[in-house]
Ligand binder design. Structure first.
Ligand SMILES: [Zn+2]
Ligand SMILES: [Zn+2]
Length: 307
């Protein structure tokens, strides 16, 4: 959006507003999971919005959470301009794309970034799920001005932010992203199997990629007890995600991509146990379960809930 998000900056004479502001629109992994048991942490699949201090809109993944986000964008009026960064093309990360209403408005300008899948470019990957067997409206019916940008190993930047990508351990070519602006940073890695990766060359690069990040959204789908059954499925445990965040000196970790059958009460209990362990060890890491609807203000050296 061109207009700044309401409350994105404090008034004249007040303290400066946050450099970045992150909002969770979908926190669930694999498949939408609506219902009374998931009402607090949310049932929509992966979608996080990040706003720069100037109010520009950066969207990470187009899971079903992008539908309520796009409604918010449309309701705000004016021209919708946004950059969408897709990590990969599993359903839970793209299923909301055809329901992103600004794509049908000729006034909208959307840049879609993502990793080419072998010789399949990103527009073709998204066109696949809009083929006539699966969906009534084809990709070429989109009226918005859409620009396709392939992740190419170099950071992408505009006047307000820099976005870097790193290939992570998941099916096909899956990226994690890091967005920086005004000395603050947010990283988004919804699908990544850390497994026994610690101490390897890839793990060291990942730690470097995340070094000092203020807010990290990271895959945490399994408990340690569950992991043996799901080894090789492309996802991490809670403990592995916490260890990565501590190794990289991340300030706040929001555990993300909740398993579809994991209810709110179980997530609360898991979070309490993980926080108790951090307190026992005197770890400075702030820890939360990513929560649909939660908005987080990200200052260069501090993160606080905006709610
Ligand atoms: Zn996923
Ligand atoms: Zn996936």
């Amino acid at each position: 959006m061109t207009a700044p998000l309401a409350g994105a900056a404090d008034g004249p004479g007040g303290p400066p507003g946050p450099a970045l502001r992150a909002t969770c629109w979908g926190t669930r992994g694999s498949i939408p999971s609506p219902g009374p048991e998931t009402i607090r942490f949310g049932g929509n699949t992966s979608c996080v919005e990040v706003r720069s201090a100037g109010g520009r809109c950066y969207i990470f993944d187009a899971g079903t959470g992008i539908r309520p986000l796009s409604r918010r964008l449309a309701d705000a009026g004016g021209v919708v301009e946004a950059d969408l960064f897709v990590t990969h093309f599993h359903w839970d990360h793209i299923q909301g794309f055809p329901f992103c209403t600004p794509l049908y408005d000729p006034g909208s300008r959307i840049r879609v970034h993502g990793p080419r899948q072998g010789d399949v470019d990103i527009s073709r990957a998204l066109a696949g799920q809009m083929g006539s067997i699966y969906f009534p409206i084809p990709l070429d019916a989109l009226a918005a001005r859409v620009e396709w940008v392939h992740v190419n190993g170099h950071p992408w930047s505009d006047a307000e932010v820099e976005v870097a990508a790193m290939r992570v351990r998941h099916a096909e070519h899956t990226c994690g992203y890091r967005i920086r602006s005004g000395g603050a940073s947010v990283a988004y890695i919804p699908d990544n199997e850390l497994g026994g990766a610690a101490n390897g060359e890839w793990y060291d690069r990942l730690v470097g990629f995340l070094e000092g990040v203020d807010l990290l959204f990271h895959d945490a789908m399994f408990t340690d007890g569950e992991y043996d059954r799901f080894r090789g499925w492309g996802h991490s445990t809670y403990g592995q995600a916490v260890r990565l965040a501590e190794d990289a000196g991340v300030r706040r970790l929001a555990l993300f991509h909740h398993a579809p059958d994991r209810g709110d009460d179980e997530l609360d209990a898991l979070l309490a146990g993980l926080r108790a362990d951090l307190a026992d060890r005197g770890s400075p890491l702030e820890l939360s379960m990513a929560t649909e609807g939660e908005e987080m203000a990200v200052h260069p050296a501090a993160v606080g809930s905006a709610r």
